[in-house]
Design a binder for this molecule. Structure first.
Ligand SMILES: *Cc1c(COP(=O)(O)O)cnc(C)c1O
Length: 386
């Protein structure tokens, strides 16, 4: 019977994950103001959310979302190409392009959908993809859908990227270079100035993922900027689900490429448009970010304070990994922190390489200095007793 082999298949797969301490459970968790969450009947301070500016709870963002839902309805009803393209889309795309300093922007259903839509819309089986080995799962998924030849360069090594291009660029028609501006699990920043120069010299199209940069680095403009100037990055994607505190993804690019993407990206064409309330929240958040550069400096300030208290290298973003090695150690540290009133998630393979299980600590403008200090002490205690 098919059910039997299906059940056996699932059971065996799960047993293997459980033995390796890699099984994951979804725990009901509800967010509250000031980076608090309710979980298992307890109130914890969360260092596990990507809501870097606390904007998911901002009264103006929530009000904008409620107003749009009341006036335009709860769902978009169809794809953007059919009748789902409500007027708020254009407003959001223009605001994103203006804030990022590009000609245009295209909004998708999520960051994941952006990467799996944009990459195969630009390169195909005859082309080359050169990417950082630590890129996010959805960048790998986009590359796989493109069916291009994929080569990986050592993490953040511009010279390794350059030598791969020297070796292989001439064998292909087009080439896409992919990396993250701020790496989601390590919190370090890519050498984008150098990569942009190399890409331009070798006719590779640089596409960066700024999921963890927008709202957090370079006065909130993200990793596509350096010291107030925009870098030569023709394709910059990101998400509206993290510092923006809403949901969705986007690509910032030239007008002509945006037109192509609206016509060719399957994950934009064959999926329902985002609900108006989500778009309205993102527009409001972007306005808040653009008007409050001081707010955007707080996550990094908190991350630096935490690292300084624990004698760690100075963070480059709001993400600070505390390395623990094995999945068991990471899980145990996370459990002890929970007993102490803090939520920090154990990140295990395959999300990170084997032997580098860690606590991923994400800092927010919603954390007070005092909370950061107590969290640093709690992390020390949790690890000491391992
Ligand atoms: C979270 C994340 C994404 C996906 O964005 P969603 O909007 O959550 O789908 C893409 N890339 C990176 C680097 C991320 O961390």
């Amino acid at each position: 019977m098919t059910t039997d082999s299906l059940t056996r298949f699932a059971t065996e797969k799960l047993d293997r994950l459980k033995k390796a301490r890699l099984h994951r459970e979804l725990t009901p968790t509800s967010a509250a103001a000031n980076a608090f969450v309710n979980r298992d009947g307890r109130k914890l301070v969360s260092f596990a959310s990507n809501d870097y500016l606390g904007l998911t709870q901002h009264p103006d963002v929530v009000a904008a979302s409620v107003h749009a839902t009341q006036t335009l309805g709860s769902g978009a009803g169809a794809s953007r190409h059919v009748t789902g393209n409500h007027a708020l889309y254009r407003e959001l795309e223009q605001a994103l392009a203006a804030f990022k300093g590009t000609e245009d922007a295209v909004v998708f259903g999520s960051g994941y959908l952006t990467n799996i839509g944009v990459i195969p819309a630009l390169v195909g089986p005859d082309d080359l993809i050169v990417m950082d080995e630590r890129c996010h799962s959805c960048i790998h998924a986009g590359a796989a859908l493109a069916r291009s030849r994929v080569v990986h360069f050592a993490h953040n090594s511009a010279s390794a990227a350059e030598s791969l291009l020297r070796r292989h660029r001439h064998e292909h028609r087009h080439c896409l270079m992919l990396t993250e501006g701020v790496f989601s699990m390590d919190g370090d920043r890519a050498p984008l100035g150098r990569l942009a120069e190399i890409a331009s010299a070798m006719d590779a199209w640089l596409m960066t993922d700024d999921a963890h940069g927008l709202g957090v680095v370079e006065s909130g403009r993200g990793s596509g900027y350096r010291d107030g100037a925009r870098l030569a990055i023709p394709l910059e994607m990101g998400t509206l689900s993290k510092a923006i505190g809403a949901y969705g993804g986007y690509l910032c690019t030239s007008r002509i490429v945006a037109d192509l993407i609206r016509n060719r990206a399957r994950s934009l064409i064959y999926t329902t448009a985002l609900p108006p309330g989500v778009i309205a929240a993102a527009i409001e958040s972007l306005e808040i970010i653009a008007a409050n550069p001081a707010l955007t400096e707080q996550p990094l300030r908190n991350a630096r304070r935490f690292a300084a208290l624990r004698d760690m290298p100075e963070p480059q973003s709001a993400i600070v990994p505390v390395m623990l090695g094995t999945p068991l150690r990471a899980l145990e540290a996370s459990r002890r922190l929970e007993e102490l009133g803090f939520l920090a998630i154990a990140i295990r393979p395959p999300t990170v390489p084997d032997g580098t299980a860690r606590l991923r600590c994400a800092f927010s403008a919603a954390h007070t200095i005092d909370t950061v200090d107590r969290f640093a002490a709690a992390v020390d205690r949790a690890i000491e007793s391992l």
